[in-house]
Structures are given as structure tokens and as C-alpha cells.
Design a protein around this ligand. Sequence first.
Ligand code: G1P
Length: 305
Amino acid sequence: MSLAASAGVEIAVIPVAGLGTRMLPASKAIPKEMLPIMDKPMIQMVAEEAVRAGIRHIIFVTHMAKTAIENHFDRNPELEDVLAEKGKQALLQSVKDVLPAGVTFSAVRQGAALGLGHAIACARALVDGRSFAVLLPDVLIDCSGEDEDLGRMIRRHLETGAGQIMVTPVPRERVQDYGTVALSREEEGDEDDGALITGIVEKAPAAEAPSNLAVVGRYVFSAQIFPALEALEPGVGGEMQLTDAIARQLQDEPLHAYLMQGQTFDCGSKLGWLEANLHFGLKHPECGKGLHALMARLCGENDAS
Ligand code: G1P
């Protein structure tokens, strides 16, 4: 086990520099990551997932048009004063608790949109040789039960020293939207232990993909991934792909596929975002019952027409 792994995983890198064209026009003037799931921006849901997994410092890889994200995680004394004066304690707490005490963040700019691999490489100096998690902010994950996927991935990384890549099976016709992995034959289908990845390809057509096990948007890496990220050449879509750096890294260190247990929502698409709103909305302490009744009424009206 590497020294970095034995010290724990307390850093998460969240790339937020993308322009969010799939959510236009909503994302024209605000970052797509600030679109809400009920009353919380998506990026806050992702940060909370990281914090529940033990992350203590979040690095946003960001863009000049996305300062709203840093502002959201900062304090807002003027707003806090107004809420305190009006005695709105619950609201005051909700704006103060965007990050819990002891959790900090920093931001580094990705000056040019050169791809996900390039974005993660931008965080190298801040990661500073430690193991770290990567969370793609388009993907929301809901784990029922207390033992959440990212926390389990981090534990496996600490136990084995191997990088962890979250995967889930997808229908063949959707394979080309994802990175897909090949597993070592003995370990294929083993759901309990991390299966050794032998290959990984970005957005391959179903006929060429090594499997239908798609990369979901959660990773745990040792800092050894950085030289592979910095050596990247343009790949699919002319972008420097994280997947290509992982493929290269497989030659030097073991990386494991972690089969996700939770439910995933692709909030980079309009319908996926809406589905996440309905899913989390039904669980919302204040609005869940009302939303349930609303959905039943709307479905009833549609059935009748
Ligand atoms: C990225 C990754 C891809 C992964 C996907 C998961 O692609 O490059 O390997 O499967 O996220 O959401 P993107 O959706 O950003 O094009």
C-alpha cells in the first residue's frame, strides 16, 4: 500500500469548468451545476456525497464564468445577518451549512476546455501527492442504506492501494455514451471484491466496447495518475480524456472496478435532471408528500384525457 493511501482519502476533485450545453438555455447565464434539485443546487448534493464519504477538502476545477459555484460554498454575511435579524433560524442554518464545519474548498482554473483528463490534471499542485476522489457533478447517486458507494470505494482503496472506478451495467445501445471497462476473466462478475480492470475505452460503439460495464463518474486515484494525465494526447471528440489516462496507468498499477450499489441520475440531460428532481423531491421532508399528491393528480389528469 502506498503511503498516500495509508494516510486516508480526504481530497475530492470536482471538475466544473464544462459549459453545460446539454442544459441550454437554462445554463446560459448560470452554471449547470447550480441548477436545483428541489431547493439545493446539484453541486451541493455532490459535495454532500463527498463529505459523507469522509472528504475534508474539495477542489473545484472551474472556469471564469462559474464563480457562482465558489460563491455558493462561501459565507454570505449580509444574507446571514438579515436572516438572523428576522429570526429565520432554519434558513440561516441552511445557508451556513452548505459545507459542514471543518470542510474546506479551493478552486483552480481550467483555462481552456481541453477535456476531463486535462481538468483533473489542473488539480495536481493542490492534490499534492495524496490519494484523491473524483466526482463528476453531472452524476447524482442515491444510496439507500448507510454504507454509500463512494465511502466503500475509499475503504477499498485504503485496503488494497488500488485505484477504484465505479461501474454499472448499461443497455448495449447506451454503451457509446460512456467509458467501458474490460475485467480480468477470473474476476468478471465478482460483485464483492474489486475486479481488476484490464482495459478501458472511452465512448466506443457497442460492437467495439469491451463490455457493457459503464464508468459512472466516481473514481478514487493515487497521485500516480498525474503523469499519465499530463502525457495525454487528444482522444475521442478531440479532448484529453481521463479514460485514456486510466488506460495508460493500467500498465503501471492495478485499478479495480467497483460495481455501484446505489441509483444513478444523469443530470447532464434534461430528462435525467427532471427524474432526479422527482426522485429526491419525493424524499424531501417538506415537499415529499405534496409532490406525491401532485404527481398522482397530474397522472390522473393525463389518464383521463
Ligand atoms: C465522462 C467520462 C466517461 C464516463 C461518464 C460518466 O463522460 O469521460 O468515461 O462514463 O463521464 O458520466 P462525459 O459524460 O463527461 O462525456
